[in-house]
Design a protein around this ligand. Sequence first.
Ligand SMILES: *Cc1c(COP(=O)(O)O)cnc(C)c1O
Length: 392
Amino acid sequence: MKKETQIISVGRDKKWTKGVINPPVFRASTMVFDTMEEMRFATKNRANGEMFYGRRGGPTHFAFQAAIAELEGGSGTALYPSGSAAISGALLSFLKSGDHLLMVDSAYEPTRDLCNKLLAGFGIETTYYDPMIGEGIAELIKPNTKVLFLESPGSVTMEIQDVPTLSAIAHQHGLIVMLDNTWASPINSRPFDMGVDISIQAATKYIVGHSDVMLGTATSIDTHWEQLRENSYLMGQCTSPDDVYLASRGLRTLGVRMQQHEQNALKVANWLATRPEVDHLRHPAFETCPGHEFFKRDFSGSNGLFSFVLKEGNLKSVTAFVENMDHFKMGFSWGGFESLILGVFGIDKIRTVTSWDSSKPLIRLHIGLENADDLIADLEAGFERFNAELTR
Ligand SMILES: *Cc1c(COP(=O)(O)O)cnc(C)c1O
């Protein structure tokens, strides 16, 4: 079955929906029982779909958890109030004092901060590795290494990792492999077929798809599911049924939205590739993106998020470019229906084992669902402002 077909039916078990189409909002903290026997039954089955207490979730959550687990291809999905909480929730469920973590150098900046600040304070040591390290990862594994963390493509610079090779080596040494799979969303890659043990989504992005909810998911293979679920529960991680409802609603159109984001972005990227100001594209579907061969092998499509590097420029000229756009707005995050633009500076400061030439400015785009020609016209005007500022 194709993913577009699957997302229509996943998580819509009548047990949770009572027959309506989309799983409705079911708000609850307390659940009351008439008999000791009912209470015992709920307690015994609290981790497999029986209402027990609000923090364990209710039908809205169970339906969405089942949907994501099935789409990602894992055994179970834990929910978190943000993508960042899913990352910290997964890491803290498996790491303890004295453990060593291998973290990709191109990780989402708050993930790096989590390692450098919080995990370091807990006595968990992090070693960063080059996203393109491949088999070289073996040399960085120590006796106390517990987790290999991947993010593919990398944040902002978009390097695509050789996930199957890295996972295979990690497993030879008994490591748990975690992947921030947000860019692929649950439909453009098969993380568990590539050896990943825990796949993380910032559902805030394409799953929700409307820039109005924060939510995260971590989906595990059977071996680690109980530990992930129970430790996240111990940390008090829970989510609002209203937010989960919106994510579940957004999910149904993920297939068509992704196709449109992809087509629009490819049109814009192809146009950018012809611009004299552009040094190269950091779009996984283009050969100029490190790891492009792994994109072709491991992904079934791209989306609206990519970056491009300019041949020259400075804060002033890039500011002239990104300010005063008609359709692109400046903002963090991505994955909604709207286009976003970001001039990213200081990338060299959030890389430790790879280098980045900060004399060439990088601009990150999220291409929304507007007509691509309108977006191109907007960027064209941006280049005019950029060039005028450069030659001033
Ligand atoms: C946005 C993002 C996150 C964090 O998600 P939040 O819901 O904003 O906490 C994590 N990883 C990647 C790759 C992201 O883009």
